[in-house]
Design a protein around this ligand. Structure first.
Ligand code: PLP
Length: 393
């Protein structure tokens, strides 16, 4: 009825396929490989309850008061320590707590993108980043990937041709493919970014969820020119419901992002910040991460085993060494969206791959999450999906 009043940004916005799938997840007997949801078994429920009580004792009314845009000092200090463990030396002037990394993506888009600007991303890339950026009207240059991540030569080709604002990368256990950028390519891409004087947004929610080897150092650890804006989050290592993420950026950029954040939410939830700061003081986060690794490694292996047993051999899939996703590719003529629609009638959800390509054109990918479903659901769901695929192919 009020269509004519909508802005260009809201007219280009489309709902996320992942969010749409979440409505099915609560149906009885529905098995969801759709959302990037952590397992509830991985949430430190009791420790968070204790931290909440303790935070009220320590901070009292401050938990309920407005606070600084950049974040609660005790949480900023804890993040500084986490960043040291990730080989990045930083200080308060470079740090900001965000309302999940999702907010940081939106703030970066707001800070850097004018309508028509060029940005480079992986092909495919994170759906909700596409949606966050899209609102500001950029042109997406999506660069191909192989098993070692985005191909640096393809990035450089774009940079030779277009005045690019930033390169958006998810180097570790990428969403949606589960692939990681090799160490050599991390360094190469920084070299290229230095040569062409372009910013990099390194989005790193999954690096700690590494199952077969120690986590790789982030690109930010090699960033001698402070051109990388590093984003991370407590969503996957503690819990997502508290909506706490953080960013590390050059001082001027951090200041700009903080001014933009003031207009969005003044600051991130004060109570959530104090709870997690207290949780980090009273618990060893590395033990929590180790528990998550054990659980998700077993779930990944269960899904890989089920895929091997039940999927037709014409379907190829990634074997991620961390994160939460396996990416499958159907034979080229098969549209994953049609399979996804049919799968709903089998009470199975997964995200069809076309959602992850900002410029469209690829229809045969499937993103499957392995962290949330139980072991039984993984076996059962992949078996049901396998028989559907055998029928359809
Ligand atoms: C690549 C990537 N970036 C950012 C986010 C947003 O995370 P949050 O807002 O929960 O911190 C996600 C969530 O799944 C993600 O996969």
């Amino acid at each position: 009825m009020y269509r004519k009043y909508y802005s260009a940004a809201s007219n280009t916005a489309t709902g996320s396929d992942v969010r749409k799938l979440l409505q099915y997840a609560s149906l009885e007997n529905f098995i969801s490989f759709g959302g990037g949801l952590p397992s509830e078994d991985a949430f430190p429920l009791e420790a968070i309850k204790r931290a909440t009580d303790q935070a009220f004792k320590t901070h009292g009314y401050r938990l309920l008061q407005y606070g600084p845009t950049e974040g609660v000092p005790s949480l900023l200090q804890a993040v500084e320590k986490l960043m040291q463990e990730r080989h990045v030396a930083t200080s308060a002037e470079n740090l900001m707590i965000t309302t999940g990394s999702q907010q940081a993506l939106d703030l970066c888009a707001k800070a850097f993108i004018n309508k028509g600007d060029y940005i480079i991303c992986e092909s495919p890339t994170y759906l909700a980043a596409i949606n966050a950026f899209k609102a500001y009207g950029p042109r997406f240059l999506d660069a191909p990937m192989d098993d070692e991540g985005i191909i640096p030569e393809a990035v450089e080709d774009y940079l030779k041709q277009f005045p690019v604002k930033f390169i958006y990368l998810i180097p570790d256990f990428q969403n949606p493919t589960g692939r990681s950028l090799s160490l050599e390519r991390r360094k190469k891409l920084i070299e290229i970014a230095n040569t062409y004087n372009v910013l990099i947004i390194e989005d790193s929610p999954y690096a700690e969820l590494s199952y077969d080897h120690a986590p790789m150092p982030p690109m930010k650890a090699f960033d001698t020119e402070e051109r990388i804006i590093y984003l991370s989050t407590f969503s996957k290592i503690v819990c997502p419901g508290l909506r706490l993420g953080w960013l590390v950026a050059e001082k001027g950029i951090r200041e700009k992002l903080s001014i933009l954040k003031q207009a969005v939410d003044l600051h991130t939830n004060q109570m959530a910040q104090c709870i997690v700061a207290t949780y980090l003081e009273d618990n060893d986060i590395n033990i929590q991460i180790e528990n998550i690794r054990k659980l998700y490694k077993a779930k990944r292996d269960a899904m890989l085993q089920a895929l091997k047993t039940h999927f037709p051999s014409s379907v190829h899939y990634t074997v991620p060494s961390g994160g939460m996703f396996i990416w499958a590719e159907l034979p080229e003529h098969v549209k994953a969206r049609e399979v996804a629609d049919k799968a709903l009638t089998y009470r199975i959800g997964f995200v069809p791959g076309d959602a992850f390509y900002p410029n469209g054109g690829f229809y045969n990918g499937m993103r499957m999450n392995f962290s949330n479903a139980s072991f039984d659901e993984i076996e059962n769901g992949i078996m049901r999906l396998g028989s559907l695929l055998k029928e359809m192919l």
